[in-house]
Design a binder for this molecule. Structure first.
Ligand code: AMP
Length: 417
């Protein structure tokens, strides 16, 4: 397996898949450049070695059509600034052979949004799964995807995948392209290596106690990972909106709180499984309830299973916050995904803050802590604690799938698995 650190890019053209799917404001200005900064170590190593760089990425969901709203031309200057280097732009990623051929060592070419072509995702367009011709259309699109990947591969001597955010997708630029490079000439970038290592720390190299904190709005989107973690963790904290599905499932009164009525049995099943497996399942017992879904709502602290009508639980209460922090502090491995309340409202951040602060304390005492998934990352950023945890993952879906134990196509493709 080739490693980026061992590779000398001098005189080589490297095509690098990055995740520059950065958020833009209505004027096309970047509002958060974390993803660009995340790719810099890989991009700089290639340039410093004396290689030339072809950068490719997707942005947004243009659904296989050219759409200026999602043009990477908007971020070209920011990429140049971050790299400290001129960047040329290829306005059509599938017809960039001339620009790529003319690239001299030390030069950088940014390709236009890969998803302007349906071949990137490889899903047939304009046909429903139920339609009779769907299977044939799918097969045809897979062939077109291979051609598209082959074209991208033809621009370069070496392929680097540094886009963890899309590593769970088998797309032309994230996986299929790797087939057109020899094992020596394809590899993970530094960011991907770090992400894969962080997941390994959580799944393979577990120092105990291991505490997982799963929050967010729904049980349904987290069930895969909850089930997988049940075999590994000592403490499982389930918080945020899913608290009320558990409370209702056990006969509690939850007022207007968020609930998934079709997941009540699932909640009971999780409680049962945790008991069987000896996992210490920690659910909220008290909450900060509000009389409307707004930052300025009237609030009161009440039991999570006895919330008056007209009120809804929007954050963890003080007893719950202490129980969460007490479990987290002595832990040696910690995974946090999903907030403990509606942290976007400043008045409902206490639960998430208590978790973040306990994680920082545990990390200080030698724990390995991984924070991942968009909203928990937003939390640690909001609290200014991002640099005090062991690792903040850039991947949402990819991180969850990796922790569920699934092999990521973007990783498997370059590792020849
Ligand atoms: P998810 O996308 O499932 O990780 O959920 C993240 C969202 O869950 C955030 O936008 C939070 O505001 C929301 N959330 C957390 N706790 C609650 C709650 N008690 N009621 C409603 N939404 C919540």
């Amino acid at each position: 397996m080739q490693k980026i650190d061992n590779y000398n890019f001098a005189g080589k053209k490297a095509i690098v898949r990055v995740d520059f799917n950065v958020p833009l404001d209505e004027n096309g200005k970047i509002t958060d450049d974390t993803r660009i900064r995340g790719a810099l170590p890989t991009l700089k190593k290639i340039l410093e070695d004396g290689g030339s760089l072809i950068i490719m990425s997707h942005m947004g969901k243009p659904k296989g059509k050219v759409n200026p709203k999602f043009s990477l031309a908007q971020i070209k200057d920011d990429v140049a600034k971050a790299l400290g280097h001129d960047v040329k732009f290829a306005p059509d990623c599938a017809n960039a052979e001339e620009a790529a051929a003319n690239l001299k060592p030390g030069e950088v070419l940014l390709l236009e949004n890969l998803r302007f072509y349906p071949e990137e995702e490889g899903k047939p367009v304009g046909i429903d799964k139920e339609d009779p011709g769907y299977e044939a259309a799918k097969k045809e699109m897979k062939e077109r995807q291979k051609e598209f990947a082959k074209k991208l591969a033809s621009y370069a001597d070496v392929y680097v995948n540094d886009a963890f955010g899309t590593a769970h997708r088998k797309h032309a630029s994230t996986a299929v392209i790797a087939d057109y490079f020899s094992a020596d000439n394809k590899m993970l970038g530094y960011l991907m290596e770090k992400e894969v290592q962080a997941v390994d720390n959580i799944l393979k190299d577990i120092k105990r106690p291991f505490t997982a904190i799963m929050g967010g709005s729904k049980v349904s989107t987290k069930i895969g990972i909850i089930e997988n973690l049940m075999d590994k963790v000592d403490n499982l904290i389930l918080c945020g909106g899913m608290t009320y599905t558990f409370a209702k499932a056990q006969g509690g009164k939850i007022g207007n709180s968020i609930v998934e009525d079709d997941k009540l049995d699932l909640a009971l099943d999780i409680i049962k499984k945790a008991k069987e497996k000896g996992v210490n399942l920690i659910l909220g017992t008290d909450c900060v309830a509000a009389d409307s879904f707004s930052n300025d709502a009237k609030t009161m602290v009440c039991p999570s299973n006895d919330i008056p009508d007209g009120w809804e639980g929007l954050d963890a209460g003080p007893v719950t916050r202490k129980a969460f922090a007490d479990a987290i502090r002595p832990s040696k491995t910690i995974l946090w995904n999903g907030p403990a309340g509606v942290f976007e409202f400043d008045n409902f951040t206490a639960g998430s803050r208590a978790i973040a602060e306990a994680i920082v304390e545990a990390t200080d005492n030698g724990a390995f802590s991984l924070v991942g998934g968009g909203d928990s990352v937003a939390c640690v950023n909001k609290f200014g604690l991002a640099d005090q945890v062991s690792y903040v993952s850039t991947g949402g879906g990819a991180l969850l799938e990796a922790i569920e134990g699934k092999i990521l196509p973007g990783v498997a493709a370059v590792q020849g698995k």
